[in-house]
Design a protein around this ligand. Structure first.
Ligand SMILES: *Cc1c(COP(=O)(O)O)cnc(C)c1O
Length: 490
C-alpha cells in the first residue's frame, strides 16, 4: 500500500480509484448493531477459520467506490457503440420497468400452472410472435443465449436424423461463420466442412452443391452473413440441401437487418435462434443475461425442448408428454425477465419492427458511403445492417486496425468489432444500429475521418492511443499471461 496521498481527480472527473483492499482500515464497519444478548457459539470445524480477508470499510466508502466505478463504464446509455455483429442498440427503459413488475419478479418457477396463468400466457404469446417474425411454425424460449440456441437447434437436427434412421455425421459451415457455429456442430458430434466464401462475399450455390453429400446433416448459415451481406443464393441452396435429405440451421444474430422483410421459413430455414439481447432490446455487453429462443419449421416441431406451454380454452398448462423432445435445456423456463423485455418491445413496436430493420440498414449504408473514400471496403456493394472495412489504406503508414480502434476511444466512441470476421484480413466491422440519430452518426463519421487523416499525417498518435483515458495502451499479452489481481502495481 502506498503512503503517498493521491488527489482524487486526474483528468477532470476521472477519479483515482484504489481497490477496496487498499482503502480498508482495521475496525471500520458499514453497520453498528446493539450488543447481542445471545451467548457466542463456535462454528463447526469444517466452516470455522478466518474466512476471506475482507477489507474493513464504512458504508460511505463502499457507496462512493461503486458509484465512481460505474462512471468508468461505457455503454449504450453513454454513447454510440457500433460493435458489429452485436447490435448494441438503445433499449427503451419501459421494457425494464415492465420486466420489474412485482408479479413477474416474485413468481417462483415451481408455482403450479394455476397460479401463474399470466406468465404462461406471456410464454405462449411470445413464442407465437417470434415464430411470426421469422416465418416459422413454433418456438422454444428455453435457450439462455444465441450459442445455447445453436446447441438446441443442432441437437434437434441430430434427433431428427436419428429418428429417421439416417446416419449423417457432417455439417456445412461457411467460413464467415461466428466461432460458435463450428463449436456447436462439434459439441453435437458432427464434424465440420468449411464452405469457402464466394467472390462477392456470399455463398455460391455451385460451391455448396459440390460439398453436399448424404453424410451431411445440414448447413449452418448466418443471414445476412457476418460481412453484412444478404445471402442471395440461399433459397436455392436450401432447396438443394432439403432435396438431399439435409436440414438448415439459421444463425439469427443478424435478425435486426431483416425483421418484416425476410421470411426465413420461405427461405428454407428449419431452425433459427433469435438473440433477443441483440435484436429485441435487452441491455447486453456485460455478459448477460440474454436469451436465445429457437424457432423451428414443421419438420422439427416434435423435437422441441420440453415441457411446453399449451393453451386449452382460456387457460394454459405445461405439456410434458413429448416423446420425441430433446428434453430440457434450461433450469425452469429460460431467462424469464429478459423474455418479458422482448415481449414488451415487440408489443410496443408492433409493425414498426419492420421500420427498425429498414433504418438499421439505412444507417449502415449511410456511414459506409460517407467513409469508403478513406477506408478500404473489400466488398463494395449495398450492405444490410453492418459492413466491413479493413486498414489496407492505413497499413502503408504502419497503422493497424487495433490502432484505429484505440484512437476512437479518445474521440468518445466505443470501437467497432475488429479482426472479425476472420475471412477478412484486419477487419473493422461497423454496425451503427437504427437507434443512433443522424447527428451521432455524423459525429462518428467525423471521428473516423479524423483518424484516417491522423494515420497519414501523425501515425504516432495512433500507435500510442488512447491518450485521453484513465489507462493508456495496455500490454494485452502481459495482462493475459501475468495478471495482477491484488491491485499492487509494484
Ligand atoms: C452474437 C453472435 C452469436 C452468439 O450469440 P450469443 O447470444 O452471444 O451466445 C452467434 N453468431 C453470431 C453471428 C453472433 O453475432
Amino acid at each position: 500500500m502506498s503512503a503517498e496521498v493521491k488527489v482524487p481527480g486526474q483528468t477532470g472527473l476521472i477519479l483515482n480509484e484504489d481497490l477496496l483492499w487498499e482503502r480498508g482500515r482495521q475496525g471500520r464497519s458499514a453497520m453498528s448493531l446493539p450488543e447481542s444478548g445471545v451467548p457466542k457459539a463456535s462454528l463447526p470445524a469444517e466452516v470455522a477459520g478466518d474466512g476471506p480477508d475482507w477489507p474493513d470499510l464504512s458504508e460511505q466508502q463502499v457507496a462512493r467506490h461503486y458509484t465512481r466505478l460505474s462512471t468508468w463504464n461505457f455503454g449504450v446509455d453513454t454513447g454510440p457503440y457500433p460493435l458489429g455483429s452485436c447490435t448494441m442498440k438503445y433499449n427503451p427503459k419501459i421494457n425494464d420497468a415492465l420486466a420489474d413488475l412485482p408479479g413477474f419478479v416474485g413468481a417462483h418457477p415451481l408455482l403450479p400452472a394455476e397460479a401463474v396463468q399470466g406468465e404462461l400466457s406471456l410464454i405462449h404469446d411470445l413464442e407465437a410472435y417470434l415464430a411470426e417474425i421469422v416465418g416459422l411454425k413454433a418456438t422454444t424460449l428455453q435457450p439462455g443465449a444465441g450459442a445455447h440456441g445453436e446447441l438446441c437447434g443442432m441437437l434437434m437436427i441430430a434427433a431428427y436424423h436419428r429418428h429417421n434412421k439416417t446416419r449423417r455425421t457432417k455439417v456445412l459451415v461457411p467460413e464467415t461463420a461466428h466461432g460458435t457455429n463450428p463449436a456447436t456442430a462439434s459439441m453435437c458430434g458432427f464434424s465440420e466442412i468449411q464452405v469457402p466464401l464466394g467472390s462477392k462475399g456470399y455463398l455460391e450455390y455451385a460451391t455448396v452443391e459440390k460439398l453436399m453429400t448424404d453424410e451431411v446433416a445440414g448447413l449452418m448459415v448466418t443471414n445476412p452473413n457476418t460481412l453484412g451481406l444478404f445471402e442471395t443464393e440461399l433459397h436455392k441452396i436450401n432447396q438443394m440441401i432439403h432435396d438431399r435429405g439435409g436440414l438448415v440451421y439459421g444463425d439469427g444474430a443478424n435478425l435486426n437487418a431483416v425483421m418484416g422483410w425476410a421470411d426465413l421459413g420461405r427461405l428454407g430455414i428449419d431452425a433459427v435462434h433469435i438473440n433477443v439481447h441483440k435484436t429485441l432490446s435487452t441491455p447486453h455487453g456485460g455478459g448477460g443475461p440474454g436469451a436465445g429462443p429457437v424457432a423451428v419449421s414443421q419438420a422439427l416441431v416434435p423435437y422441441l425442448p420440453g415441457p411446453r406451454v399449451v393453451k386449452e380454452g382460456d387457460s394454459y398448462r405445461w405439456e410434458v408428454d413429448l416423446p420425441l423432445s430433446i428434453g430440457r435445456l434450461h433450469g425452469f423456463h429460460g431467462q424469464f425477465r429478459t423474455l418479458v423485455r422482448a415481449f414488451a418491445y415487440i408489443l410496443t413496436m408492433g409493425a414498426d419492427l419492420k421500420r427498425a430493420s429498414e433504418l438499421a440498414v439505412l444507417n449502415a449504408n449511410y456511414v459506409k458511403e460517407k467513409l469508403k473514400d478513406l477506408y478500404d471496403l473489400p466488398f463494395n456493394q449495398s450492405c444490410m445492417h453492418e459492413f466491413v472495412f479493413t486498414n489496407a489504406k492505413q497499413e502503408p503508414h504502419k497503422v493497424s486496425t487495433l490502432d484505429i480502434a484505440k484512437r476512437l476511444i479518445d474521440l468518445g466512441f466505443h470501437p467497432p468489432t475488429i479482426y472479425f470476421p476472420l475471412v477478412v484480413h484486419s477487419a473493422i466491422m461497423i454496425e451503427p444500429t437504427e437507434t443512433e440519430s443522424k447527428e451521432d452518426l455524423d459525429a462518428f463519421i467525423a471521428a473516423m475521418r479524423q483518424v484516417a487523416e491522423e494515420a497519414k499525417n501523425d501515425p504516432d498518435i495512433l500507435h500510442r492511443a488512447p491518450l485521453n483515458t484513465f489507462r493508456q495502451r495496455l500490454d494485452d499479452v502481459a495482462a493475459a499471461r501475468r495478471p495482477i489481481l491484488t491491485g499492487d502495481m509494484g
